[in-house]
Design a binder for this molecule. Sequence first.
Ligand code: GDP
Length: 454
Amino acid sequence: MKDIITAISTAWGESGIAIVRLSGGGSRDLVNSIFRGGEGLSLSPPRFMKHGFILDNEGDPVDEVLAVWFRRPGSYTGEEAAEIHCHGGTVAARKCLELCLAGGARMARPGEFTRRAFMNGRIDLAEAESVLGVIRSRSDQALRAAVKCLRGHFSARVKSVNDDMADLSAFAEAGLDHPDEDIPELTPDDYLHRLYEVAQRIRDLLSSARSGRFLREGIRVAISGRPNVGKSSLMNAFLEEARSIVTSMPGTTRDLIEEVVTHKGVPLRLIDTAGIRDPGDLAEEEGVRRAMEAIRDADIRVWVIDGSEPITDDDRRIAMSLRGSCCIVALNKSDLPVALEIDDVKDLLPGHEIRVTSAATGHGLEELKDLIVLSVSGSTSVDEDFNTTERQVEELRKALELAEGAMDAVSSGAGLDASLEMLSRSRKCLSRILGTSADEELLERIFSGFCIGK
Ligand code: GDP
């Protein structure tokens, strides 16, 4: 039975053109039945635009269009497909869509074109998800990282680790199942060594993949410090310097002072906590609670201190509360005479990085931003990274945990069997990334996030 899906794939509203897309065996004939132009679409070679008109049931032209068809498997979905490029605006495109529906197609569900591409083996699940990454990219870097996934670079690395794990399991299992046969022996040390390598590769992959969240949602930076050290001035200096200010980010909280700037393509969500003081009334109490929450949930805290004044009790109190968190120090007002040495600060917050800055002159701000990105993502630029989804990161995290568990099982004496079982579960996580063992619920969850027509 034919199952032709159709949808308007371009955004609604007034525009130059709109594209009605169809996919499924018989798409070409369906379009041909409502199309008039030259010898028709049926005799036109695939991938050639054909000029003509879409006709309604009375044979009256609805719109002047270009139509094209794609032969299986050389289409987006991997099956026969067609497109009608009509005029933009809601009526012309809707009319064309209605005629396709009347001709036997059904409305596509969200993401169904991409889902078909996946089901037909044209792309794997990670590549399918990266389509969404491309659509939603908000910076050049995010786009580049998403296109890298779309081109299969992320999948290739996941697959290569998965293959190595499969080899290792097969080798170890052969030794277990046929101890008498002439199979080269895999000593526990060899096995552990190879497992260690596999775990390391998952760890590397995880660190390149984590940037995906930062590229999409930005790094949350809480700027804290006692009053008058220059928190607001630093924030303003960042904003003035920033050539591109990202105006809207998902989840940007408007009731906190939050501004977004991009640094080398990574959005930095700067949260000024200057407003945190003893709450005067209930509304303010709620504001303080949210600000505290923002500091707690931030990816990193920048503690600003005034280098032109000696350390105060307030500074000491704040330093105590920041110990052990991901935090860097801005020793501000470097343009003024120094009353405070770096070593004094090091004692207050041991082990944390310090940068000398001046919000007034701009000194040290680039270094500070570099350090923010470095501290959170592990590198000052994310050029080598992948724009992955939370789901993919979560699967990688689980895969790593299980691979480490598989190592522990051997070294703690729980046995090779237990270790291999964990290795097999670790591989399942990687398979779920690629979609080689994806269940219906997972696919539904992923593709329902797409728009209709994609
Ligand atoms: P906040 O209360 O921590 O937000 O501090 P502000 O940003 O409001 O700054 C307090 C005062 O310090 C203001 O008068 C600023 O102009 C001044 N200030 C801030 N940063 C610098 C700096 O780097 N150098 C100098 N000379 N003054 C600064």
